[in-house]
Design a protein around this ligand. Structure first.
Ligand SMILES: Cc1cc2nc3c(=O)[nH]c(=O)nc-3n(C[C@H](O)[C@H](O)[C@H](O)COP(=O)(O)OP(=O)(O)OC[C@H]3O[C@@H](n4cnc5c(N)ncnc54)[C@H](O)[C@@H]3O)c2cc1C
Length: 374
């Protein structure tokens, strides 16, 4: 590939000269930010710089759960976070999902309002009825909707799973097709005249008097404003951003698969769903937090074997299946379960550390970023 210094007048004038907003990272946050900036600045020159030939972090790797909190996740959060923060986070996730649906037509991401089920194993304690009532009251205060959570006495039997004693239904959660979402965001950016440069790693950047100077693998670029949407890969700039790898496997298609909807277990550390009659199953990071604190894509025997064990023993105990392949994505976590949306200079802002909630909050984070930088 040729460097910027060898580009023609035409190429420079259309793509490189006079950039108003450069965004690093073409994940859900980067592309949402670009689209929100376009709404605010109809004639601005906006470019997105992505180092992969596809977005290469978490946005094309996740499980596609449009979720805001399972009962066991909320129970665990209430033990480590203040009540206010827990419910602010739920509100942020619910509002973020609405923002996402406003940005991208739900049909274009194959959104299914299928609900979710939080499974309690035979060894765990059931959640008290009063706790479910409390969750319902709190969610009603945010969404106005009654009876979001309820114990579902039929689901386990219908799904033919074993080793669980209860399933708590959340009727407001759903599922999307992650690949289609990213494709739709990409298409919207192109329709809005936003340039996305793939295979364009940003090596460094520094503030100048009137803007920002970027060093990329193809040469120097200047922009009036810079938005850094690199999530886990911002760990070299931000002390409280820690990479957190998450592994997933998918089976080959299974005939007569009796599992429908999205499922969580163990406080959200495991999750599975039916996609195109395959089981997509992810999680297990809690087995090896240290080993999974990495930006290296890959899988580990420990976690893949645990996923396989759960599939064989608990989730598909009476169904023969074959694992087709596995993958991983890199999330970002830190000392708090909330994103960093922060201006480090009058012309530079970061929108990073989405945790396991970036699908839910990514579009809102993009909106917020577009406001703080301008
Ligand atoms: C297995 C898994 C399951 C998940 N399940 C869910 C779920 O069900 N629901 C949910 O809400 N969230 C889920 N998440 C989390 C969610 O996917 C992330 O929070 C979200 O995708 C983060 O989006 P992002 O745009 O901030 O980051 P990313 O998608 O990581 O995008 C950052 C981009 O920046 C690019 N980049 C990095 N450095 C540079 C550089 N120097 N130059 C140029 N480009 C660069 C990367 O290539 C990448 O494309 C899951 C994540 C994983 C991995």
């Amino acid at each position: 590939m040729i460097p910027f210094s060898k580009l023609s007048f035409w190429e420079r004038s259309v793509y490189l000269d006079g950039i108003d907003f450069a965004i690093i990272g073409a994940g859900i946050v980067g592309m949402s930010t670009a689209l929100h900036l376009r709404k605010r600045f109809p004639s601005a020159k906006i470019v997105v710089l992505e180092r992969g030939y596809l977005p290469t972090g978490a946005s094309t790797k996740n499980a596609g759960f449009a979720c805001f909190g399972s009962p066991t996740e909320l129970r665990d959060d209430l033990k480590t976070m203040s009540e206010q923060v827990v419910w602010d986070t739920v509100a942020m996730r619910m509002e973020g999902l609405q923002e996402l649906m406003a940005l991208i037509d739900p049909v274009d991401m194959s959104y299914e309002p299928c609900g979710s089920w939080d499974l309690i194993s035979s060894e765990e304690e059931l959640l008290p009825d009063a706790f479910i009532a409390y969750l319902n009251e709190k969610v009603k205060g945010i969404s106005g909707k009654e009876n979001t959570y309820a114990i579902d006495h039929l689901k386990l039997e219908q799904s033919k799973m074993k080793g669980f004693q209860a399933a708590y239904h959340n009727r407001l959660e759903g599922a999307i097709h992650t690949g289609k979402l990213i494709q739709a965001l990409h298409r919207s950016c192109l329709n809005e005249g936003i340039h996305i440069f793939f295979d364009m790693e940003v090596l460094s950047f520094e503030a100048t008097e009137n803007g920002v100077l970027l060093q990329t693998k193809m040469g120097e670029l200047t922009t009036a404003k810079l938005l850094v949407c690199t999530n886990a890969f911002a760990h070299s700039y931000m002390a409280d951003v820690r990479p957190a790898r998450a592994q997933v496997l998918i089976t080959k298609p299974i005939s007569n698969l009796s599992i429908h909807g999205t499922f969580h277990m163990e406080g959200g550390y495991y999750y599975f769903r039916n996609i195109d009659n395959r089981m997509l199953f992810g999680g297990g990071r809690n087995l090896d937090f240290d080993g999974e604190t990495t930006t290296e894509f890959g899988t580990s025997k420990l976690i893949q074997e645990k996923l396989l064990h759960y599939l064989r023993v608990n989730i598909l105990p009476s169904t023969s299946f074959e694992v087709d392949y596995s993958w991983s994505g890199i999330m970002a976590v830190g000392s708090e379960k909330k994103p960093i949306i922060h201006k480090t200079n009058k012309n530079i802002a970061f929108g990073v550390r989405m945790g396991g909630m970036g699908l839910a909050i990514g579009a809102s984070v993009g909106k917020e970023l577009s406001k703080i930088i301008s």
